[in-house]
Design a protein around this ligand. Structure first.
Ligand code: AMP
Ligand code: ZN
Length: 122
């Protein structure tokens, strides 16, 4: 099925992005408005609106997507544990702060301090 959402267009290379990883199922690229020294977005290439849409049929690709996170963090400048690390965020729905309705993981890391935008709510 063809979708016209922003991240579907990035997945199809119709809109440019600073891509750091691509395979047949996933694409990762730099967030255009980074909230941390390292701020990547990881998306499935197929359209799914959010984690709220995930069902039992999705466990295979979703596990693979999660497995990619530490690899992408390490390859793109997040520092190694235990002093380093990364933050994984999936904003979901309006009150979750989701602005783009195509499932995406924010992978953030690097030396602190980070932008207040990346800080957890008080
Ligand atoms: P969210 O609020 O969780 O839906 O996050 C959407 C993210 O997409 C924000 O952090 C934006 O900065 C980012 N973003 C929006 N447009 C683009 C784009 N064209 N390329 C890369 N990142 C984008
Ligand atoms: Zn989409």
């Amino acid at each position: 099925m063809s979708h016209d959402c922003l991240f579907c267009k990035i997945a199809r290379h119709e809109i440019p992005a600073r891509v750091v990883y691509e395979d047949d199922q996933f694409l990762a690229f730099h967030d255009i408005n980074p909230a941390a020294p390292v701020h990547l977005l990881l998306i499935p290439k197929h359209h799914i609106a959010s984690l709220a849409e995930v069902g039992s049929d999705d466990s295979g690709w979703l596990a693979r997507m999660v497995q990619l996170v530490p690899q992408l963090a390490a390859e793109n400048g997040c520092n190694p544990l235990p002093e380093g690390g990364f933050r994984l965020v999936a904003n979901t729905g309006i009150e979750g702060g989701q602005e783009v309705d195509h499932l995406h993981f924010h992978i953030m890391g690097g030396a602190r301090p980070w932008s207040k935008r990346a800080a957890p709510a008080a």
